[in-house]
Design a protein around this ligand. Structure first.
Ligand code: HEC
Ligand code: HEC
Ligand code: HEC
Length: 451
């Protein structure tokens, strides 16, 4: 038996080798064809340079619309660095894939977009392709800007072209190999990107549709509030707006899954987004702070439209019955835990926080956010609460003139963790946060960041 097997093995090995060679050749041929195919698919032409259009070629009306639109699209937030020239780029966006730096979008000819035609600018906003034909990374939220109307894109272009030109070469990105290869972005687009302007929903009225346009296209709320998949694309369907980690913070769900016991009614959204302080929910801090600042440029009608749309995602009407009970409960916790010195953690909270975060029987005062109602205490992720305790809420965040002091230098990681755990234990029905002290240490090491 062994002999006959070995006598057969020679020709077998030869056919195997031949098969393997043929297979390898085929694969190589397919590979080369595929590579050419992909290159052809990924290739975009350069759009010729133009002479920079003079400011006088744009009408004042269009430019001022561009001011409003670029504010609501937060262009300056991502295209400027602290202390730098507006729109000159260099803002670092950190992600699991490395660091991406925003570019100069002032009308400088060499380092900015001074030689870009309106068509080149539209293609960048709608397709995520630069003037020279290279693919842009989706850290630039073109997956939302693709929905912005041609008219609005043109108004933003007009505004940017009338800004001072600043010479500022782009900082090279630090992305993990091979993610830095721009042509590969064509593959990402094939999987996750659908180009196309905003489509009105016939099931809703004009106001709702206008709000949806602002939120989904220009103001890209879901870029932060929707969780992303492993390749960094927003998840779709029922995952939309269910909350996501962003820049060391957690952008809470805007759906009925929002963890605060208080529903996000139109009234609360209005106060939070446009006045910087909601009576029941506190203030927009961290990455939400520049977003809220940007939205204040919207017209009164557009604000109402946005509020209508976001309230409809949150199902505000269906949750409104819980509001009164939640407030009563919060006030009761205030009353029973104030001045209670037997519990060491309650004592720490009373000394550090209760002087400002105490509400008496008269009801909840907006300038003393009630922590039993605040999402930060109810979220599965303790980052927002820890950040607010360590770094405070600065004068430029939240409501004008209201500041919450930073406790980072006065309190150890263990003390911050104790306060957070105490609030979680006494103000929510949620399970305790694990490894709190370690998390406080990590967040302290990261620092406050750009937000
Ligand atoms: C969330 C951050 C973010 C926001 C908001 C943002 N951008 Fe950008 N943008 C970027 C990044 C990052 C890049 C660089 C992408 C790359 O290198 O592929 C970029 C690139 C661009 C480019 C391509 C420039 C070039 O030289 O190739 C244009 C044009 C642009 N942005 C315009 C805008 C406008 C207009 C707005 C506001 C409506 C805006 N961006 C808002 C992050 C942002
Ligand atoms: C750059 C990221 C980013 C963008 C863009 C953004 N948000 Fe936020 N949002 C956050 C973060 C982070 C928080 C948590 C802030 C805090 O705790 O103070 C937040 C908080 C909120 C809250 C409060 C939720 C709660 O339960 O406390 C609301 C409401 C909200 N955002 C609405 C919006 C809307 C509407 C838009 C679009 C018009 C938007 N956000 C765009 C990051 C963002
Ligand atoms: C000197 C008054 C003061 C003290 C002391 C204080 N806070 Fe605040 N806190 C505020 C104000 C004011 C705001 C609203 C921020 C704004 O509008 O700028 C706030 C907001 C908050 C928020 C909500 C932030 C958001 O994103 O909605 C949390 C959570 C919070 N404080 C927790 C604490 C904790 C915990 C302590 C004790 C360690 C504490 N605060 C001590 C004044 C204070």
């Amino acid at each position: 038996m062994p002999t006959s097997a070995s006598s057969h093995s020679q020709p077998n090995r030869r056919t195997n080798a031949r098969r393997l060679r043929r297979w390898a050749l085929c694969a190589a041929a397919f590979g080369v064809a595929g590579l050419f195919g992909f290159a052809a698919f990924a290739w975009r032409p350069a759009i010729p340079e133009i002479a920079t259009p003079p400011s006088s070629s744009f009408s004042a009306g269009v430019v001022s619309r561009g001011v409003m639109l670029s504010s609501a699209g937060y262009c300056a937030t991502c295209h400027s660095v602290k202390g730098g020239q507006p729109f000159a780029g260099g803002y670092a966006m950190k992600s699991p894939f490395g660091t991406l730096y925003s570019t100069n979008i002032t009308p400088d000819r060499e380092t900015g977009i001074g030689a870009w035609s309106k068509e080149a600018f539209r293609r960048a906003m709608h397709e995520g392709v630069a003037r020279d034909g290279s693919h842009l990374f989706p850290g630039f939220p073109y997956d939302h800007f693709t929905k912005v109307s041609d008219d609005d894109v043109d108004a933003i272009y007009a505004f940017l072209m009338t800004q001072p030109a600043v010479r500022a070469p782009a900082r090279p990105n630090e992305l993990l190999f091979p993610l830095g290869i721009r042509a590969l972005q064509a593959g990402w687009k094939l999987l996750f990107f659908r180009s196309g302007r905003f489509e009105h929903s016939p099931d809703h009225d004009a106001k709702w549709n206008r709000g949806a346009y602002i939120a989904e296209a220009l103001s890209h709320c879901s870029a932060c509030h929707t969780p992303r998949n492993l390749l960094g694309a927003e998840r779709s369907g029922s995952a939309r707006y269910t909350g996501a980690a962003v820049d060391g913070w957690f952008a809470p769900a805007l759906t009925p899954a929002n963890p605060s016991p208080m529903p996000w009614t139109a009234e609360e959204l209005r106060a939070y987004l446009f006045e910087g302080l909601s009576r029941f929910h506190g203030a927009p801090s961290g990455p939400m702070s520049p977003a809220a600042h940007g939205l204040t440029a919207l017209s009164a009608d557009d604000r109402e439209a946005l509020v209508t749309y976001i309230a409809s995602i949150g199902g505000d009407a269906s949750r409104s019955h819980v509001a009164a009970a939640a407030v009563n409960r919060a006030l009761q916790i205030n009353a029973t835990s104030a001045g209670r010195q037997i519990d060491r953690d309650a004592g720490l909270y009373a000394t550090a926080c209760a002087s400002c975060h105490y509400n008496g029987s008269a009801g909840v005062n907006a300038s003393r956010p009630d922590l039993a109602l605040n999402s930060a205490v109810h979220l599965a992720d303790p980052a927002n609460l820890i950040r607010v305790i360590l770094f405070g809420v600065g004068g430029s965040e939240g409501a004008n003139g209201l500041v919450m002091p930073a406790f980072g230098s006065g309190f150890s990681d263990a003390e911050v963790a104790r306060i957070a755990a105490y609030l979680r234990r006494t103000r929510t029905d949620q399970p305790p946060w694990p490894d709190l002290e370690k998390t406080v240490g990590e967040i302290r090491a990261q620092g406050k960041g750009e937000g």
